[in-house]
Design a protein around this ligand. Structure first.
Ligand SMILES: *[C@@H]1O[C@H](CO)[C@@H](O)[C@H](O)[C@H]1NC(C)=O
Length: 310
């Protein structure tokens, strides 16, 4: 249609690692990726096998583990492959697909954390009605709604991006197809895309964050009313892990988007992106299982049952 050359693939520059350290970092990332897969798989299998863990909280946790597992599988294999190969390219379709799934799983994480906060809120503030409020139908409904919504929402942004034309520069200074990096490369006007990302993205992250804060304020309010140390300890042990995951997830987002960036913004952005795409999915299973009596008991039960059946 015009004399522009249309780009069919992008170059992912990857991480700013000096060549002499490539092997070390390759081994490190491979170990982190395998830990993520293994840790999250163990949680999913444990919750599946042990009927004591078939409660809303653990079913949501199992969904979160599934989402974590997929989230790091969207970026890590490609990163590892590019570190080894001489040609760090990704096709146009591959790039958009990666961006789509990255958005789906990041938003899913966000919604699951919100659903888990609601679950803790009901459990602590309405303990007598917990079973009737968090019935299986509502749980499935919340999870399915979150999946459908995040998929449609990500599809919307991906289709909007697909309308842009790319010509000339095709180098992405990142280790995955980041939507803001793609905006910078586009040679058509990205005003509408960026506006929608800021407004809708702000709502999608901001509203759940506010609701989580509100639910924790009410949880703290109800803790202040009870005076038994044992009850307070129990509340802390069920909310502590969730609160750690909340801080990890929103901490990196706030650090990435709200803190002023200096000269070293690319390095900082890459480090932060590493934090939420690689480190957070790896840590979540450990946050939940190491401090948690129920998970340890379940592991013991599942292993013992296996031993008896053998
Ligand atoms: C996700 O949560 C739903 C609703 O609680 C549950 O039925 C389902 O088994 C969970 N899925 C996974 C993969 O854990």
């Amino acid at each position: 249609m015009s004399n522009q050359t249309v780009i069919s693939k992008f170059l992912l520059l990857g991480l700013p690692i000096p060549p002499e350290h490539q092997h070390l970092f390759y081994a490190l990332f491979l170990a982190m990726y395998l830990t993520t897969i293994l840790g999250n798989l163990i949680i999913i299998i444990l919750i599946l096998l042990d009927s004591h863990l078939h409660t809303p909280m653990y079913l949501f946790l199992s969904n979160l583990s599934f989402s974590d597992l997929c989230f790091s599988s969207v970026t890590m294999p490609k990163l590892l492959e590019n570190m080894q190969s001489q040609d760090p390219s990704i096709s146009y379709v591959g790039c958009l697909t990666q961006m789509y799934f990255l958005m789906v799983f990041a938003d899913m994480e966000n919604f699951l954390i919100l659903v888990m906060a609601y679950d803790r809120y009901v459990a602590i503030c309405y303990p007598l009605h917990y079973i009737s409020i968090m019935n299986p139908k509502l749980c499935v409904c919340l999870v399915v709604l979150s999946w459908v919504f995040t998929m449609l929402y990500s599809l919307f942004h991906t289709l909007l991006l697909a309308r842009l034309s790319f010509c000339g520069d095709n180098v992405i200074p990142h280790f995955f197809c980041d939507i803001s990096a793609l905006f910078k490369l586009a040679c058509s006007d990205t005003y509408i895309n960026e506006l929608l990302i800021i407004v809708l993205g702000g709502l999608i992250i901001g509203i759940p964050f506010l609701l989580i804060v509100v639910s924790y304020v009410r949880i703290v309010g109800s803790i202040l009313k009870v005076s038994s140390a044992r009850v307070i300890h129990k509340i802390f042990s069920t909310c502590g892990s969730h609160l750690s995951v909340v801080s990890l997830f929103y901490g990196t987002i706030i650090g990435l988007y709200l803190c002023p960036t200096g000269n070293s913004s690319t390095v900082k952005e890459t480090a932060m992106a590493m934090m939420y795409t690689v480190v957070a999915p790896m840590l979540n299973p450990f946050i939940y299982s190491l401090r948690n009596r129920d998970m340890k008991d379940a592991l013991r039960r599942v292993l013992c049952k296996k031993k008896i059946s053998l």
